[in-house]
Design a binder for this molecule. Sequence first.
Ligand SMILES: [Zn+2]
Ligand SMILES: [Zn+2]
Length: 172
Amino acid sequence: MAAETHDFDLAGLRLSAGEGRRLDLDVRIEPLLLGGEPYAAAPARVPVTLDVSRMMGGGYALLLRFTAALQGPCMRCLNHAAPSVEVESREVDRPGGGEELQSPYVHDEVLDVATWARDAFALAAPVKVLCREDCQGLCPVCAADLNEAPPGHHHDPEPDRRWAKLSELKLE
Ligand SMILES: [Zn+2]
Ligand SMILES: [Zn+2]
């Protein structure tokens, strides 16, 4: 198994201007907090593809791609959910090229690939994490899992409290 990469030394590739290299790395992606719940990336070490191109005139153009599952509770029914998230993220780092051309993940030609992967994973994550697209969620009255309840699960509306009092009176 390849070693886990946190920081990657771009200078160590010794690319000349216009040259590129594709790398397969394993990156550990820290769990995301969504709606106060932790969601873990799976597998624990995510295989990522990193394309590094050394630009003419200095600096790097970077492309990071991977697919990972986002594991945690379904936001509707609380069962296990693990939707697959596809990530494709680009960064450019060109020292002296102005603020937009300085990647926050590159410092002195060292790429913080772990932080980049986590941020890109968070951006690509669905707003609602569901066990499946058409999850029925929980019954708002009795909290039964409506994916498993027989179809047509419902409750009669609660009787009006005043009527309840009246029927008590009648019993006396
Ligand atoms: Zn669900
Ligand atoms: Zn119910």
